[in-house]
Ligand binder design. Sequence first.
Ligand code: ACO
Length: 311
Amino acid sequence: DMSAEERAFQERIDAGVKIEAKDWMPDAYRKTLIRQISQHAHSEIVGQLPEGNWVTRAPTLKRKSILLAKIQDEAGHGLYLYSAAETLGVSRDELLAALHAGKAKYSSIFNYPTLSWADMGAIGWLVDGSAIINQIPLCRCSYGPYSRAMIRVCKEESFHARQGYDIMLALSRGTPEQKAMAQDALNRWWWPSLMMFGPSDAASVNSAQSAQWRIKLFSNDELRQRMVDQTVPQAEYLGLTIPDPDLKFNAETGHYEFGEIDWDEFHAVLKGNGPCNRERLATRVKAYEDGQWFRDALTAYADKHAPAKAA
Ligand code: ACO
């Protein structure tokens, strides 16, 4: 049974009124948002790592500048999201400590290796493409600070997806070896990209409550279907083959039907046993430790100037 406060809260949500940081909210709503926004923030900064692998080996100066700009955008996305989470009463330090201790989740997708330059294309096209599909509805979610952070994130993600598709297009129209590289990247990134949307609706424990609170406006399976419907024609335009023998267009529904996702693989990655989980976490922890001197210097500088400001 709902309390009067909870009923009033749900009525505001149903009426499409945004919840703001200082508004009353049920504890479980606050917890759910902290969970989702912090996982999202962690995904942004861990997501820098697979691409960081290719900065020094980008094929041209232009490609290198674009890749650098994109990776820097991801740090910005992390910053907006940690800030949105902080409005709910947690600190960035706490959230990062949970990530570095291996206790916090981040997107499964970033635990796969980037083996060739074509992976930069596949990540932009498929991974950032999926991120947009998942995040556009979040611009309208019930929590104000999260919804507003998502607007700029989505604009930048669109650039990321376009640059990825542009790499795939260049490779697909290149030499047979280059086209084979593009196909190989698609083969490796397709299924993990479908897993990004989370477990099937039947297995998604958080969906019903998050939908009621309008944190989730579409279900995991709905968004996954949207990704497949949008991406298959793009693959055809590239002249590449989606690695799914069961994929077929259903003229009656207007949707593509696709094969079974390997949920054992998904769960293994979530448990920390994907191909790169340990490497990603170790790299992140080292980056944080290597940056300690800089945080110390910032604090010392702030302390030194604090009395002057107060006076
Ligand atoms: N990778 C890692 N964990 C996942 C993934 C995934 N791809 N999908 C689901 N999970 C986790 C959930 O976080 C949840 O774990 P928890 O209860 O321990 O927190 C569990 O699996 C069960 O899943 P759901 O009940 O479906 O969870 P939820 O309602 O949170 O839906 C979703 C998952 C769709 C990812 C949602 O949290 C979301 O929309 N998040 C915001 C977007 C986001 O984080 N994107 C990150 C990748 S995009 C990018 O950074 C480029």
